[in-house]
Write a protein that binds this ligand. Structure first.
Ligand code: PXL
Length: 276
């Protein structure tokens, strides 16, 4: 696939290396024109900082969408991440329906939960709306917690392959098409990504760095979208994004001051090389 015009809808956390501040540089480095629609502006992300500001941009969305439609602006891919409100999701669905090219590919990272818990800003009403968006997308990239939220499947910290198969079946039963399930590990030293396309399931296993890192879901999803829109298969893109993300974490773990995100920028050359 050649040069693509991609729209990504997620928040701007001004400080914190997540959402748009990672999606924009990663998609650009992957060789794509990257258009953005901020879902909200926060002074920092919400995972570890306290007292952050939050400006919801839901109200701006219909006018922005209407302007783009009037200008006949169309995107080859639309990729959503952390959204600002449950009400906003209806506007995002309108973008899916009206701002894509004929062969638009829609990606939803239902960024709303991790480690068995919803992020502070979200509640069950948001989850219900997110279900309608996620199950309408071509490709979803949930972690296990998010997949459980989307399906009502029981969350477990330790599990076996039968549990993951059940979770994938629940996603499929709800309408999921291609699923990139992140953070799936069956041994203490490894984690990986389960890729489900129709009935075809493939597992990309990679090393696991025990220290949890913020923003890595966004780094992963952005690298996946960038690689997939360069014409890689879902499984190839899953592997490239995994290797890139692991290197970003490795580049950060030794720096205790850098607890809030990963130093993904110096590793961009690796991603560019992997996409050649
Ligand atoms: O990385 C996910 C994310 C994105 N945006 C904001 C967040 C988080 C995770 O906590 O707080 C604002």
């Amino acid at each position: 696939m050649a040069y693509q015009k991609i729209l990504t809808v997620q928040d701007i956390s001004c400080v914190g290396q997540c959402s748009l501040t990672v999606a924009l540089p990663i998609l650009s480095a992957a060789g794509h024109e990257t258009c953005i629609l901020p879902s909200a502006v926060l002074s920092t992300h919400t995972a570890g900082f306290t007292g952050y500001t939050f400006r919801d941009l839901t109200e701006d969305m219909p006018a922005i969408t209407a302007h783009w439609k009037k200008e006949n602006i169309r995107f080859g891919a639309i990729y959503t991440g952390y959204l600002g409100s449950a009400e906003q999701i209806a506007y995002v669905k309108d973008m899916f329906a009206g701002l894509g090219t004929e062969d638009v590919i829609t990606f939803v990272d239902p960024a709303m939960a991790d480690n068995g818990r919803l992020y502070p800003a979200f509640d069950q009403a948001f989850v219900e709306e997110m279900k309608t968006l996620a199950f309408s997308a071509d490709i979803i990239l949930p972690n296990i917690t998010e997949a459980c939220c989307l399906t009502g499947y029981e969350y477990k910290e330790t599990y076996d392959e039968a549990y993951i198969d059940g979770l994938l079946a629940a996603l499929r039963a709800n309408g999921a098409k291609t699923v990139i399930l992140t953070g799936v590990g069956f041994t203490p030293d490894t984690t990986g990504v389960m890729v489900l396309e129709g009935d075809n399931k493939q597992y990309y296993k990679h090393r696991r760095i025990s220290k949890g890192s913020h923003g890595t879901g966004d780094v992963y999803a952005s690298a996946f979208v960038g690689a997939y829109m360069r014409g890689k298969s879902a499984f190839e893109a899953a592997g490239i994004a995994a290797e890139y993300t692991v290197r970003c974490i490795e580049n950060t773990v030794d720096d205790p001051d850098h607890w809030y995100g990963v130093k993904f920028e110096p590793v961009l050359p690796y991603l560019i090389e992997a996409l050649k």
